[in-house]
Design a protein around this ligand. Structure first.
Ligand code: BES
Ligand code: ZN
Length: 552
């Protein structure tokens, strides 16, 4: 199977192991060093993916390679002629300050404000901007690394720390799971195999928020078989991390905005942990099969939450997600409402809507309801065992499904827009009147069902009793600020500006700017805020907001 988002030629020469030796230079915002690639098979030609890399030498020679023209979304192919019998190549290179996988933070952009910070985000096709390799989820590699970082900073990777600065991951993974973070980081153990890494000022509250993590791993193991990665730790990043979480093996990367103080947003940990089965163990072969990663993971996230916090809470969380899916789907072209989407000529990040997540999870829920939990759980468990450490297509999943449940037909889910008429209904009876005991999801349901034309006077009244403008919960605050923008509720605007300058999580930043640009006064405010906020945002969030302000 070939991958339209990679120039790699794994059929001819395939990268199996990557050994990195990199120095982290905060001054020039560059990683510098070398990557040694082991090949099997090794043909006479090797093609790798790169993006904005400066290649200095290949196998000691400054001329034994050809860097092709860059192609939109994909970067540039690196072609290397191999002498007969050559089974490894050594590439000396450095990254560019614009590398799409890297975010270099000034001390002021961290929680502690004293030390710089670097982190990578390789999914979907950004690994090529910091490592020259065959950047397709179908080409799995093991890796080892030596990372030289300035004292007193700590380097962490999605791998075992053999000793300080030295890493090794013996399990073969897709390149999008290779990750690095460097900062003033300290560790707090939660159990024998789980713990939390964070900047010192964040560590204690993070460890408290995530104290159920060992229970989550144990619950997932009961459902889907052994956790195969050794440790499971969580790294809390600075607030500009553009995502909620990223399932880097052994070390989930997480936004600090899930630390609500009451564990109400920890489903994110269940989600990233679930990827240890769906995604990291059994991986989508190409980005068109993304629902295999995220739909399964969203389904398993619900199952883990149910084990730990009960059916009621899990259904409530699911109901909120389905509401979000329905809202988002209204604005999506029909092609993007299918589970199997056509990404030809597009950036795979464009496919990361709620469709693969929530529609995918609903499809699996439909199978569970039809065939019964016991049989369906047995099927999933067998699926993970059979395809462990492999990258598979939707068609391979369907073959396996056919064996277990002959005649099962998912084509309406996979190839038609919208939800099938017989899609499962997720029911939860939300209370009508707000109460201080409400969980985050109840607030979200209430705020999102408020009429579009709710005026500033009504918001002022609500704020007087509930003080939502000062909510420390990023989900509730975002839902509230959206109402405030629409209503022109001025007292919330300083908080809006403070939040947008501090937090770079795309999920919050994007809808807030979208709401702002709908009126001329809002647009002026958006531009003023963005001038302050943009330098602190990750390239992924920057490009989302650039597009909104350019009217795209
Ligand atoms: N793997 C994704 C994040 C991702 C997807 C990064 C596509 C780049 C491209 C991660 O597991 C995820 O889904 N994160 C969610 C949180 C989750 C609880 C829905 C996020 O970041 O919002
Ligand atoms: Zn995910």
């Amino acid at each position: 199977m070939s991958d339209i988002h990679s120039f790699g030629n794994p059929g001819e020469s395939r990268v199996r192991h990557v050994e990195m030796d990199l120095t982290v230079d905060f001054e020039s915002k560059k990683l510098r060093g070398a990557a040694a690639l082991a090949l099997e098979p090794a043909g006479r030609r090797l093609i790798l993916d790169t993006r904005n890399l400066t290649i200095q030498r290949v196998n000691g020679s400054a001329s034994a390679f050809r860097l092709g023209e860059a192609v939109k979304h994909l970067g540039a192919p690196l072609e290397i002629e191999l002498a007969a019998g050559t089974r490894s190549v050594l590439i000396e290179y450095e990254t560019s300050p614009e590398a799409s996988a890297l975010q270099w933070l000034q001390p002021a952009q961290t929680a502690g404000k004293r030390h710089p910070f670097l982190f990578t985000q390789s999914q979907a096709i950004h690994a090529r901007s910091w490592i020259p390799l065959q950047d397709s989820p179908g080409v799995r590699v093991t890796y080892s690394a030596r990372i030289q970082a300035p004292a007193p900073l700590t380097a962490l990777m999605s791998a075992a720390r053999v000793r300080e600065g030295h890493f090794h991951l013996p399990q073969p993974v897709p390149p999008y799971l290779i990750a690095l973070a460097v900062g003033d980081l300290k560790f707090h153990p939660v159990s024998g195999r789980c713990g939390v890494w964070a900047e010192p000022v964040t560590l204690a509250k993070a460890a408290r928020e995530f104290e159920d993590v060992e229970k989550m791993v144990a619950a997932a193991e009961r459902l889907y078989g052994p956790y195969r990665w050794g440790r499971y730790d969580i790294l809390v990043l600075p607030p500009s991390f553009p995502f909620g979480g990223m399932e880097n093996p052994r070390l989930t990367f997480a936004t600090p905005t899930v630390i609500a103080g009451d564990k109400s947003l920890v489903a994110l940990v269940s989600h990233e942990l679930a990827h240890s089965w769906s995604g990291n163990l059994v991986t989508n072969a190409a980005w068109r099969d993304f629902w295999l990663n995220e739909g399964f993971t969203t389904y398993i996230e619900r199952r883990i939450q149910e084990e730990i916090y009960g059916r009621r809470r899990s259904e409530m969380e699911f109901a909120v997600e389905v509401g979000e899916l329905e809202t988002e789907m209204k604005g999506l072209p029909p092609g993007d409402q299918k589970l199997l989407i056509d990404l030809a000529g597009r950036d795979p990040d464009d496919g990361a809507t709620l469709v693969p997540y929530v529609k995918g999870a609903l499809m699996l829920r439909a199978l569970e309801e039809k065939h019964g939990r016991e049989r369906f759980d047995r099927f999933i468990r067998g699926y993970f065992d059979k395809f462990a450490f492999q990258s598979i297509t939707t068609e391979q999943f369907l073959e396996e499904l056919e064996r277990a449940f002959p005649g099962e037909d998912l084509s309406r889910w996979l190839n038609e827009p919208g939800l099938p008429p017989d899609a499962p209904k997720i029911r939860y009876d939300f209370e009508e009147a707000p109460s201080r005991r409400w969980a985050t999801q109840e607030w979200l349901h209430w705020l999102r069902s408020m009429p579009e034309n709710t005026g500033a006077a009504r918001l002022a009244e609500i704020d007087r009793t509930l003080d939502l403008t000062n909510s420390g919960n990023a989900e509730i605050l975002t839902a509230w600020l959206l109402l405030a923008i629409r209503a022109g509720y001025e007292p919330a605007m300083p908080r809006l500006e403070q939040f947008l300058v501090e937090v770079g999580r795309r999920k919050f930043v994007k809808p807030l700017f979208e709401a702002l640009v709908k009126t001329p006064a809002g647009r002026a405010r958006a531009e003023a805020i963005y001038r302050k906020a943009r330098p602190g945002y990750h390239p992924i969030t920057q490009s989302a907001v650039d597009g909104i302000l350019a009217g795209k």
